[in-house]
Design a protein around this ligand. Structure first.
Ligand code: NAD
Length: 437
């Protein structure tokens, strides 16, 4: 099939590449000229495991092409995916200017039947707005489908190729048939393509993300309470997670959720509720608790250093909002860096993939190390912000040798307390007993 994807970020590029992998001819459109040039030259502009191999394979096979011309993209595809940003607007709602701007152009440019598929995360009612915007100028038939994306950064290729479910929101038999045909190779193991109306599809994505954000936040509150009463959140988590109604995943406490999705999506659903005269009280709490969770380690740091952080030096391991991505949008590490800089501390960071993005934000206000151990040289403390696998089993004697101080503040509970007790280090984590030497 002939497919076009408008917007080649984490979602658009993975969508385009994976659809090419199943034999479709794909044209990806982006307004970012540098990005398009890189991709035309065979370079993957983001870090996403397993993407490079299939990206290269499909470019070689001539099934995957890149352009800055929307016109070219629209001429090529029968199915046009919109994978455009829907960032948080000033009032917390989802800003639809990219989606509706491109929809306006689509109306002017199409001259034969197209299916416009909204893959971006958008509020209920957006498909109607997209349809109305295209209709203003279009002089041919078209359908609008809501097809929210559930991939996770870091697992995006696997998630796209083997989705747990595909949600298709449409009332057009013709569009649904095309979507079923396109997605058939991805659901051979029997996972469902769930067809529903556009509004329900749009809400499904917000409901899923908000539920997961609430699950993490609930666990963060349990962890905070554990610290007050001397319980151990690791044990509580194990005890809870074995209940199949609860499940083991998303029960790990930490320094808050970040990323390009949960923070803005929870706020957007909360705001949409208000617009519909519904007060999502649970989401209001989730937003509030997560905000304070991002800096939950900070009072422990201040207390440990008797409120004097001026000229203290800190290594930060992990900058990405989660492992296996270079995405730093709303990453808890950024809040930690801001707080430490405010207090006059020095910071040396290391992240396997996200340092370039953080350099663009902080420049030479902080240092960037070439390895996790280099970041430790001469520092007073180590702070862990992202649970990359390489941080899980460090060489503790090397760590102690490199550091000037002897304390770890672990925002991701990477180490078992029994193990760390033997390492002659002070250790502060989330929802567990502090170890002080
Ligand atoms: P992104 O910011 O990584 O990428 C968006 C791309 O769109 C950029 O390359 C940008 O240059 C391009 N763009 C902007 N305006 C354009 C225009 N007028 N024409 C062509 N290209 C244009 O965004 P993303 O993370 O891929 O997210 C896209 C959407 O998917 C959002 O609604 C997001 O909420 C949703 N989503 C994201 C994820 C995720 O894990 N990142 C998962 C599921 C859903």
């Amino acid at each position: 099939m002939k497919i076009s994807v408008i917007g080649t970020g984490y979602v658009g590029l993975v969508t385009g590449t994976c659809l090419a992998e199943t034999g479709n001819e794909v044209v990806c459109v982006d307004i970012d000229k540098d990005k398009v040039k890189k991709m035309q030259g065979g370079e993957v502009p983001i870090y996403e495991p397993h993407l490079e191999v299939i990206f290269e394979r499909n470019i070689k096979a001539n099934r995957l092409k890149f352009t800055t011309s929307l016109e070219e993209g629209l001429e090529h595809g029968e199915i046009i995916f919109l994978a455009l940003p829907t960032p948080e607007d000033e009032d917390g709602s989802a800003d639809l200017k990219y989606i509706l701007g491109v929809s306006d152009d689509i109306g002017k440019l199409i001259s034969e039947y197209k299916v416009i598929v909204d893959k971006s995360t958008v509020p209920v009612g957006t498909a109607e707005k997209v349809r109305a915007t295209i209709e203003k100028n279009a002089n041919c038939d078209f359908d609008v489908v809501s097809n929210p994306e559930f991939l996770r950064e870091g697992f995006a290729v696997d998630d796209f190729l083997k989705p747990e479910r595909i949600v298709v929101g449409s009332s057009s038999v013709r569009a649904i048939e095309l979507m079923n045909k396109l997605y058939k190779p991805f659901v051979r193991s029997g996972n469902p393509i769930i067809v529903m109306d556009e509004k329900s599809a749009e809400l499904t994505k917000y409901a899923a993300n908000s539920f997961l954000a609430a699950k993490i936040t609930f666990m963060n509150e349990i962890a905070n309470y554990c610290e007050k009463v001397g319980a151990d959140v690791d044990k509580v988590r194990r005890g809870m997670g074995t209940d199949s109604r609860i499940g083991k995943r998303f029960l790990f406490p930490g320094i808050g959720y970040g990323g390009s999705c949960f923070p803005k999506d929870v706020k957007a659903l909360h705001k949409s509720g208000k617009e519909a005269n519904y007060d999502f009280q649970i989401l209001e709490s989730v937003i509030k608790v997560n905000q304070s969770q991002k800096t939950i380690l900070f009072p422990k740091i201040e207390q440990h250093f008797d409120s004097n952080l001026k000229d203290k030096s800190f290594a930060i391991w992990g900058l990405a909002f989660k492992p296996e991505t270079d995405d730093i949008r709303e990453a808890p590490s950024l809040y930690m860096i801001d707080k430490l800089l405010e207090k006059g501390a020095h910071i040396k960071t290391f992240d396997p993939e996200a340092m370039d993005n953080v350099k663009r934000k902080f420049g030479d206000k902080i240092e960037f190390a070439n390895s996790m151990y280099e970041a430790l040289e001469g520092v007073d403390a180590l702070i862990i912000c992202t649970e990359w696998s390489i941080f899980r089993t460090p060489n503790f004697s090397k760590l102690r040798d490199k550091m000037n101080g002897n304390v770890i503040f672990d925002g991701r509970n990477l180490y078992d307390l029994e193990d760390i007790e033997k390492e002659n280090l002070s250790y502060y984590s989330i929802g567990r007993e502090n170890i002080k030497i």
